[in-house]
Design a protein around this ligand. Structure first.
Ligand code: PLP
Length: 214
């Protein structure tokens, strides 16, 4: 399956985040041995355990809701956090990254699905947080993340992805200290990644299609 997914991603030069949550280490190693290096997890404790026992050249992404008091456990090693839902969370990540003399890449999570969900922000909050993050030295805002509605209605999913893409472009025209590194749009999962790529995704988060159903 990974070969097919790689073929689908290649024309878009998009990044594959292999979502390994709940999956055992031997399954992660099987993909690692196929050359996959970017993996995503949504629970801090599980992420820390896997980081400790698996090869150190894996880039770990945190993709789920993150509690502020747990940031300290992943700050020493996490590559990217996709789920920034508040300025307070970004500030905590900045402070923890500073303790380890690191810069952690973050994505702002937007509400795009209709059934929404406690997490994520609206457009105004998104602009405000990007602006506020310009003053933080130990995080770098790399882009946006969103999840479409879980539905068979392709037109609706497409419309949600397009609206996230256009917000992404609006953000790109903001004044930022690292404007050239605001270049990642994380959207698309097992069921909708092809549509997401057509709508401008640069990073897809795929779990069940790679590892089987959870
Ligand atoms: C679990 C999860 C995924 C992967 O979902 P699949 O449908 O298994 O590909 C992607 N993004 C987030 C935020 C997730 O929690």
């Amino acid at each position: 399956m990974i070969h097919q997914i790689r073929e689908d991603l290649a024309p878009y030069k998009a990044t594959l985040v292999a979502v390994s949550k709940t999956k055992p280490e031997d399954q992660i190693m099987a993909l690692y041995n196929e050359g996959q290096r970017v993996f995503g997890e949504n629970r801090v404790q599980e992420l820390v355990g896997k980081y400790e026992s698996l090869p150190k050249d894996i880039e770990w992404h945190l993709i789920g809701h993150l509690q502020k008091n747990k940031v300290k456990y992943i700050a020493p090693f996490v590559s990217m956090i996709h789920s920034i839902e508040s300025l307070e969370l970004a500030q905590v990540i900045d402070a923890q990254a500073a303790k380890h003399d690191r810069v952690i890449d973050i994505l702002i999570q937007l509400k795009i699905a209709e059934e929404e969900t406690k997490f994520g922000m609206d457009h105004e909050e998104c602009f405000d947080i990007i602006e506020a993050c310009q003053g933080l030295e130990n995080i770098r805002v790399r882009g946006l993340m969103g999840m479409a509605t879980f539905t068979d209605d392709q037109a609706q999913v497409q419309q949600e992805f397009r609206s996230l893409k256009s917000l992404f472009e609006e953000c790109q025209s903001m004044e930022m200290k690292d404007a050239s590194s605001f270049d990642q749009l994380s959207m698309g999962m097992s069921g909708d990644y092809k549509l997401a790529l057509e709508c401008g995704s640069t990073m897809v988060r795929i779990g069940s299609l790679l590892f089987g159903a959870r």
